[in-house]
Design a protein around this ligand. Sequence first.
Ligand code: SF4
Length: 328
Amino acid sequence: MHAFHYDRAADIAQALRLGAQPGAKYIGGGTNLLDLYKSGIERPLRLVDVSRLPLAGIDVLPDGGLRIGAMASNTAAANHPLVRERYPLLAEALLAGASTQLRNMATVGGNLLQRTRCYYFTDPALGPCNKRTPGAGCAARDGYNRIHAILGASETCIAVHPSDMAVALCALDAVIQVRSESGERAIGITDFHRLPGDAPQQDTTLAPGELIVAIDLPPSPFAAHSHYLKVRDRASYAFALVSVAAALDLQDGKVREARIALGGVAHKPWRAASAEAELRGQAPTDDVLRQAAQRALEGAQGFRHNAFKIELAQRAIVRTLRLAGASA
Ligand code: SF4
């Protein structure tokens, strides 16, 4: 039995003080952390319960954007009228992400901090894992790697990030607001999650003790034309083999602006900026969409069991852009 301290933070200042202690971890809904604790993957010395902090509001920002408090449940965010009206892409991704029961418990802050579902990471009996034990090796590289990365992988880790919500946030240019005892800072979503490099044990750029307090969404011109597509092995809730968040700002039949982000393909939500550039100023014909999809997957590298994901991702991008263009 692993012993740990449990503290329910009465306010944010107390949470930050306790969260700065060695071996401390924040817990909100606990839907991922408790699973990892039970299987011995996570071994916190102190759990700081932040679920009762007043961080669940969803409010309009002065610039017309939206601030979603980190403790808002996935259900509350997905069903909020302003999210549905102004950021339907985010609502779709949240609804694709988990069962109702999980969405009711899970917070949006915790959603960003989900850890990979690489089989070798979650089950120590299957083999070594650099993310679990740095320097141990990566059983997935030469093992069963069907669900693994095709972009941005490293010699040490080929895992993918599991969140659907984060993929939509990436397309929407969200900003993550964090706090610690030393102050506040804002992190753009594309800088929040990391590629594995030679430190796959670090999923994000959060410093020890930093607490996510909110997710900010800038005003969006994409509400009329967006779509989230998740391709998975079974229709019931499963993690994405490939997912695509696509949003178009159309004027006079041409693309004024485009956003494309991919899930299930890399250690972080993958923003496809070169594909977006391919679309800008063009009428979204099938040829143009296919060209953009090819650009998005430039540099992709498959492993023994997952090379199919490269073409799957290209087809998924074309389909998602078509649906986004047709939606209104
Ligand atoms: Fe571990 Fe990453 Fe290798 Fe999976 S892919 S076994 S998480 S090091």
